[in-house]
Write a protein that binds this ligand. Structure first.
Ligand code: DGT
Ligand code: CA
Ligand code: CA
Ligand code: ZN
Length: 577
């Protein structure tokens, strides 16, 4: 059992406690489960390994006491927790789906269930449409409307998976497949290879010497729930997390053609096939043909070259102008992960992060980074233990002190300052001026009208100390749509003031999204890509940010944190004298 699976069970137990409230100490216990969940999720080692090691104790993990350690052992040994199952049996299973809706937490679920006996998203929708939610305590016509919007997002999200889930699952599957010796190569294709923010299913291409054997081996992967199809050259399964995996077993000679075809997108393929047709040729998953004659099929490069084009990076293959650009020789030279020289949004134990300033700096240094910006939350974000003015000043001092301890990397003092409801900032200018770089973002009142939100953001950008706008649209993938606001106006203002937009690379945000990155790029605006790390192991999420930037056609020159430290500082909005 993976750490994230244990964390998911703990999260569900906490939610069940908050919905049921039938344990006299439920608030206390739920908080303990929440704490344990966060700790486990980011724990750098596998819990299974610790549990198996006679010299180690699960209770050494922060937030894990005797009772929770027992639950973890039980989960690892049996795949289940009896306590969890007992709690689950107390409510209709479909009730938990409500938690997927934005603005609906356990308290609201409890309210709907107790007051109106609502047991599923369908029943909640019916109640909202009938106007039966608005009169419940704490509800209004507005919040009823928001629930209907959230249900729409929920239905749209159903059946899609976040990029990080797809990526991690593909890695596990590839490792499993490679354990079977005749397997030569495993390559993810489809939307994962194109780096889309969500994927519908996983497409894996496998070459090797023994395909019937490979298929047999593949379906024994421990995560497989059902086998959907098993043929000569294709196996489809559904995993326990509901993700479908299509595996194609290929011959090496036509590998490039299959890779090109199954990478897609469908729209890109259709345009490319038309191009082949205009030359009197045929392009398929088996190759590029002139009659029976093979023109190209071994590599993607050969296929594109035969069609008179340079190889096109998978992230661009959406038929959004990339074929025309390839034809003209104006394809962008996309930014790469190795171009990144530092990370400009991260949290430490001072607010809601899980590592110290020094630990974050050491980890960044290990990655070869030249600088980091520490951006703990400001006081308005109480749930993230935001810093009040006094703590912020102390924190700046500690960041300065950390520079003496960790050499060889610039450690900049920053803050993720909350943009208050009216667009004022959560800190006064006298404090803002003490930071090296101020990043600002919205964390509250996200359902306000578009005009209000636009005015709020514009006012925030006017503050002369503001240099980066963090996760500019507030969306959370598969959970929360961007808030309503006039993006054009905000881009205009950011450009005018020299405020840099963040591409928050955390795979639950990817905000700016690919399309917005493209918009910014086409206006000649630059971005920074950050991870919003809450622990050292989150630095690796940078890859998702870079992928999204690439999908937005960004080149290295458009991403400021590819610059060395002094050049980066010189490129930011000049500070007031
Ligand atoms: P997804 O799974 O919804 O995130 O998106 P994809 O792009 O992975 O789509 P999927 O899994 O249905 O198919 C994988 C690739 O196979 C797709 O990107 C392009 C290719 N493909 C699938 N259906 C067609 C088709 O009807 N025509 C062409 N030309 N290519 C197709
Ligand atoms: Ca797919
Ligand atoms: Ca597929
Ligand atoms: Zn934030």
């Amino acid at each position: 059992m993976e750490n994230r699976e244990v964390a998911a069970v703990f999260e569900e137990i906490s939610n069940l406690m908050k919905i049921l409230q039938d344990d006299p100490k439920w608030t206390f216990k739920a908080a303990a489960y929440d704490r344990a969940k966060r700790s486990i999720e980011s724990y750098p080692e596998r819990l299974e390994d610790i549990a198996r090691d006679p010299n180690r104790k699960l209770t050494d993990i922060p937030g894990i006491g005797e009772d929770l350690a027992k639950k973890i052992s039980e989960l690892i040994e049996t795949g289940q927790s009896r306590y969890h199952q007992e709690q689950l049996a107390k409510i209709p299973r479909s009730l938990l789906d409500l938690l997927q809706l934005q603005t609906v937490g356990p308290q609201k679920v409890r309210l709907f269930y107790k007051e109106l006996n609502i047991r599923s998203v369908d029943e909640l929708e019916a109640a909202a449409r009938a106007g039966r939610l608005r009169n419940l305590p704490g509800m209004s016509v507005k919040s009823e409307e928001n629930i209907l919007k959230a249900i729409e997002v929920f239905r749209h999200a159903a059946g899609r998976f976040r990029l990080d889930t797809a990526f991690e699952t593909a890695e596990e599957l590839a490792a499993w497949l490679c354990e079977f010796k005749p397997v030569e190569q495993v390559t993810p294709a489809g939307s994962l290879r194109r780096g889309r923010e969500t994927v519908g299913d996983l497409d894996l291409l496998v070459t090797g010497r023994d395909h019937p054997g490979t298929a047999e081996h593949f379906v024994k992967f421990p995560g497989v729930a059902t086998i959907l199809a098993k043929g000569e050259d294709k196996v489809s399964v559904k995993l326990k997390n509901d993700l479908q995996v299509d595996v194609r077993l290929l011959d090496r000679s036509a590998y490039g053609a299959a890779l090109q075809y199954f990478t897609g997108s469908k729209e890109h393929n259709v345009a490319l096939r038309d191009r082949a047709k205009r030359r009197g040729w045929k392009l398929s998953e088996y190759g590029l043909f002139h009659g029976d004659k093979v023109l190209a099929r071994r590599t993607e490069e050969e296929i594109y070259a035969q069609l008179g084009l340079p190889w096109i990076p998978p992230e661009l293959r959406e038929n959004l102008g990339e074929i025309e650009a390839a034809e003209k020789g104006t394809l962008p030279k996309l930014v790469e992960l190795r171009d990144i020289r530092g990370d400009l949004q991260m949290h430490t134990t001072a607010s809601d992060g899980r590592a110290s300033i020094e630990e974050m700096a050491e980890a960044a240094k290990q990655l070869g980074y030249q600088y980091i910006l520490i951006t703990d939350h400001s006081k308005a974000v109480t749930i993230a233990n935001g810093l009040d003015e006094k703590r912020a000043v102390e924190h700046i001092r500690r960041i300065h002190a950390a520079r003496q301890k960790v050499k060889g990397i610039e450690i900049w003092a920053g803050s993720e300052v909350d943009i208050l409801g009216d667009g004022r900032l959560d800190y006064p200018d006298v404090l803002l001026k003490q930071f090296d770089i101020v990043l600002v973002s919205v964390h509250s009142r996200m359902t306000m009208l578009a005009e209000e939100m636009t005015a709020r953001l514009l006012r925030a950008l006017e503050n002369p100390y503001v240099r980066i706008l963090g996760h500019p649209t507030g969306r959370q993938i598969l959970k929360r749509d961007p808030f309503a606001f006039d993006l054009e106006k905000v881009l205009d203002a950011a450009q005018r003031h020299g405020v840099i937009l963040e591409l928050n690379g955390s795979p639950e945000r990817l905000d700016l999204c690919d399309r917005h990155v493209k918009l910014a790029r086409d206006r000649g605006m630059k971005i920074i890509i950050s991870t919003d790390a809450h622990a050292p192991e989150h630095f690796k999420l940078m890859r998702y940010g870079v992928t999204t930037a690439r999908r937005g056609w960004m080149e290295k020159s458009g991403v400021l944190n590819t610059l060395p430290p002094q050049k980066l500082l010189a490129s930011l909005r000049p500070l007031p004298r």
